[in-house]
Design a protein around this ligand. Structure first.
Ligand code: NAD
Length: 334
């Protein structure tokens, strides 16, 4: 029998996780929870997902023609694992519901590490999540950093990582956030929280980050600067990154995040998603003993395969991280 998965919060991340879970052989979506009867709710229903909602929203949903399968509590009761994709800090308020029902839960990067006690990146610490009741899949930026820092640390020992994160300021469907004509240091107090977040997955690594928000919706960009314990060349680093299934080298006239998003569309990816870190292999350079490179991160989608792997680990459907990663990749088309 397949693991029964429910999605609480069917927004940018939630709808993508739902579709990725449905592609797998060993898990299925038993329901999604929405608070409002908007176009996303209608499409979810058209796709065949059972729509659940808060007890006081049932009437509003039915008035708009949505067939309500039950309350969020009933959905949680029926599931083996809930993927909580509600907005940051709201997820924490749902913990009691999951505990009461005895249902496993996955939170996203907008929640604090302590809420779950286990912060997850498949390549880095899959085994740590085996059989766990609560796991947090780290944010888009932290996922992108773990995917490159972890294998390079294992191979050469990262002595020091310094990263500048240039962040998209809003998702493409977001009309509330900005700026639209400025560059905003965010946070102004340094270093930023992203470095400590990486340490929740790779304990003890020396990483410090700064971050700015830019008037773009497409992707984040990282400038990564590394010093290693062991002697190595740019070519050695390139070889390690080339082996990573969720790192894609870009070149061939791709000089910006805009062209990467066009590539994702040309590849026929659902919603134009780019699940892999996009590293410009040409940028991988050793200069005066320090390594530098650029990578772009698609904030709306890089965490999606990680959520699938987290479900597999928590439900112990697969004990080996690399096998789960391979399975998720092959079903999604990575
Ligand atoms: P979103 O705003 O796109 O979606 C959240 C959804 O939850 C919406 O559909 C909203 O209606 C619904 N919701 C709100 N309150 C609810 C409640 N009480 N019960 C059920 N549903 C409720 O948010 P998102 O961008 O998908 O972010 C979700 C989480 O993923 C956050 O923790 C965020 O930090 C994290 N995350 C976001 C991104 C990104 O770039 N968008 C990337 C990685 C991680």
């Amino acid at each position: 029998t397949k693991a029964k998965v429910a999605i609480n919060g069917y927004g940018t991340i939630g709808k993508r996780v739902a579709d990725a879970v449905m592609l797998q052989d060993d898990m299925e979506i038993i329901g999604i929870a929405k608070t409002r009867p908007n176009f996303e709710t209608v499409i979810a229903q058209e796709k065949g997902y059972h729509v659940y909602t808060l007890a006081d929203r049932v009437e509003a949903m039915e008035k708009e023609g949505i067939e309500v399968a039950g309350t969020v509590e009933e959905m949680i009761e029926a599931a083996d694992v809930v993927v909580d994709c509600t907005p940051g800090k709201i997820g924490a308020t749902n913990k009691e519901l999951y505990e009461k029902a005895g249902t496993k839960a996955i939170w996203q990067g907008g929640e604090a590490h302590d809420l779950a006690g286990c912060s997850f990146n498949a390549e880095t610490n899959y085994e740590e999540a085996l059989g766990k009741d609560f796991v947090r899949v780290v944010s888009c930026n932290t996922t992108g950093l773990c995917r490159v820092l972890s294998p390079l640390d294992k191979e050469f020992g990262v002595k020091k990582a310094r990263v500048t994160l240039m962040r998209r300021s809003a998702d493409p469907n977001d009309i509330k956030h900005g700026p639209i004509n400025a560059i905003v240091p965010n946070p102004i107090t340094l270093p930023s929280h992203h470095g400590p977040d990486v340490k929740t997955v790779i304990p003890g690594i020396d990483v410090a980050t700064t971050a700015v928000k830019l008037p773009t919706t497409l992707m984040h960009m990282h400038t990564i600067n590394l010093e290693f314990e062991k002697e190595c060349t740019a070519e050695d680093v390139k070889n390690i990154l080339a082996e990573q299934s969720r790192v894609r080298f870009v070149g061939q006239g791709i000089t910006s995040t805009a062209e990467i998003m066009e590539l994702a569309k040309d590849l026929g990816r659902p919603r134009g998603d780019m699940w892999e870190n996009c590293v410009w292999d040409e940028s991988i350079t050793m200069y005066e003993g320090e390594l530098y490179f650029f990578q772009a991160i698609h904030q709306e989608s890089d965490v999606i395969p990680e959520n699938v792997d987290a479900i597999r680990a928590m439900m112990e459907l697969e004990r080996e991280g690399q096998k789960s990663i391979a399975e998720t990749n092959s079903k999604m088309g990575i």
